[in-house]
Design a protein around this ligand. Structure first.
Ligand code: NAG
Ligand code: NAG
Ligand code: NAG
Ligand code: NAG
Ligand code: NAG
Ligand code: NAG
Length: 421
């Protein structure tokens, strides 16, 4: 009655007709996504792309029990992507095969194997900016899942950083983290480099690492690459931890976490994870997976180890506002900080120059954007790996479908890889 009075009979007919097109979400924005590699074998997280286009991924046994090497199943935790959607254990099959496997069952409880010269559970592979030599750094958490999906604690020797020369495909440096830097329940997640010699007495450059531990041992680890020495800052502060009661959505599904077989559900407990460094090297950013905020700190505050260095570091942390839900992050020569925006099937970037985020790409094929790598070819490479559909999230069944994907998209404003050396 009301409608008929307001619009007359013709208006009423039109209002209820299905002839008109209703607006709907286009679902796609930004430059087109190009498929670079399809993963049909093991489940990947990280990717990194060298100056001449070689590509490497890692396959963490700490997040997928099917990536765990048992000493005879030939599972690898690092591989080179060699074309035709195939992969080869890297730098060798041998270093990916610890004798007896990644887990030491002779301890109680079972623990990560203690080999400094074998890969146990790699969560990140990242090339540093050194030129012309290309160096791949392999970040080993030293942890793996048992077949019943129990994440074993690390043993000293397991958590480490290996440097591989791409010209010889061999390990040229090993930095083992002491147990007071990488705790047994730490989860060394991601790493970024600043090789400018003036930052340290050793002149060998600095690496910054996130501890994303689902057990809550979060913080930022700093490594003096020249001296091989490491230390922690921002231990357990609110900004490195997951937020209580945080519930992200991906593809319309709320994500609740299963902390272990038969244990009660929690909200996503994953702390400081992605870790981009500003294009000038002077600010380090990070974000917990269990939260939507982006945080930063001047890198100088992290490098200091004086008596007051931790108080000064905590006082210097900045909240940069909400970024969306993301895992890995990257930086380009525009100074933009790229971060997944998984609740929007997309990737956004934060521009420090105007303190705001902007949409970069959207695509319905995007679910969990795990890791990004800016290539020297001016593209953003990123893995989309369905992590949100693994058995670690409610309802606890494996809802992933192969293949997992490596995409790339052209960066805005002719952006390319940053070189801090
Ligand atoms: C391991 O792979 C099998 C077969 O694809 C699958 O059923 C199982 O859920 C996987 N386990 C984990 C922990 O991902
Ligand atoms: C990819 O497959 C094609 C056709 O089978 C073959 O000619 C080529 O050598 C393969 N490339 C690599 C890198 O394996
Ligand atoms: C396994 O644990 C035992 C007992 O602590 C230790 O002696 C041995 O070196 C460990 N082996 C590996 C590969 O971690
Ligand atoms: C899982 O396996 C580990 C190592 O074999 C064992 O210690 C633990 O009790 C098992 N947990 C469950 C819930 O079955
Ligand atoms: C911030 O900067 C980016 C990059 O120039 C721009 O696309 C975006 O519109 C700016 N956002 C705001 C809110 O000014
Ligand atoms: C990007 O590079 C092209 C080719 O050199 C140039 O024409 C264009 O103006 C550049 N765009 C920006 C935003 O700098």
């Amino acid at each position: 009655m009301v409608l008929a009075k307001k619009f007359g009979l013709l208006g009423l007919v039109t209002a209820f007709s299905s002839a008109q097109q209703l607006r709907s979400d286009p679902g796609v924005a930004g430059p087109p996504l190009e498929v670079v590699h399809l993963y049909n074998d093991q489940w990947p997280t990280g990717v990194t792309v060298s100056k001449d286009g070689r590509k490497f991924s890692n396959y963490p046994p700490g997040l997928d029990a099917n990536n765990t090497n048992d000493g005879s199943n030939g599972k690898y935790t690092v591989a080179e992507l060699i074309g035709n959607n195939t992969e080869r254990p890297y730098p060798s099959a041998q270093i990916n095969n610890p004798p007896g496997g990644s887990i030491n069952y002779s301890t109680s409880p079972a623990s990560g194997a203690n080999y400094p010269n074998y890969l146990i559970g790699v969560q990140s592979v990242v090339l540093d900016p050194l030129d012309p030599l290309d160096r791949l750094w392999i970040l080993d958490t030293g942890r793996a899942l048992t077949q019943n999906s129990t994440l074993v604690p690390a043993s000293p020797g397991g958590p480490k950083l290996l440097c591989v020369s791409l010209s010889t495909d061999s390990v040229i440096q090993t930095i083992v983290f002491p147990p007071m830097v990488a705790y047994p329940d730490s989860y060394l997640n991601d790493i970024r480099f600043d090789l400018r010699p003036e930052n340290t007495a050793s002149g060998g450059g600095v690496a910054y690492i996130t501890d994303s531990s689902s057990e809550g041992r979060n913080g930022i680890i700093v490594v003096d690459l020249g001296a091989g020495v490491s230390w922690r800052h921002l231990n357990g502060i609110t900004e490195v931890r997951a937020e209580r009661s945080f519930v992200p959505y991906v593809w319309g599904t709320p994500l609740y976490y299963i902390p272990g077989s038969g244990l009660p559900l929690t909200t996503v407990p994953l702390g400081s994870d992605g870790i981009p460094i500003s294009a000038d090297g002077n600010e380090l950013f990070w974000g917990p997976v269990g939260g939507r905020y982006l945080y930063s700190i001047p890198t100088e505050r992290l490098r200091h180890q004086s008596l007051n260095s931790e108080l000064l570091a905590q006082a210097a942390v900045q909240n940069r506002g909400q970024r969306g839900v993301s895992d890995g992050f990257e930086t380009d020569t525009n100074g933009f900080i790229y971060a997944g925006n998984m609740e929007q099937n997309g990737i956004s970037f934060y521009n420090p120059a105007n303190a705001s985020t902007t949409l970069f790409v959207r695509d319905p094929r995007i679910n969990w954007v795990d890791t990004m790598s800016v290539g020297s070819d001016g593209y953003l490479y990123f893995t989309v790996n369905q992590l949100c559909f693994t058995p670690g999230f409610y309802p606890g069944t494996d809802r992933r479908e192969r293949p997992f994907v490596l995409f790339r998209a052209k960066l805005p404003g002719n952006g390319t890889r940053v070189s801090l050396q």
